[in-house]
Design a protein. Sequence first.
Length: 82
Amino acid sequence: RIPDIRLFWTTDERFWKQFSEDPEKQIVFQPYSKYPPCYKDVSFWILNGNDKDNNNNDDVKKNDFHVHELLDLVRGVAGDLV
């Protein structure tokens, strides 16, 4: 069962590869993501209590960073894509 008739107008090979030339052959539609996979890796470092920031200000307090701050930033930029 194909969930959306508009898929018949797609040029995406992931859709068309599921069909064969034989009209008698029954297929089971395998859904796929609207967005193709995109593998990226992000790395960053967190200053520890003995490091100074780039502006040579006072020592940065240890544990000033919380992972939720990064997640909020990413969601703010990427929205519903992540």
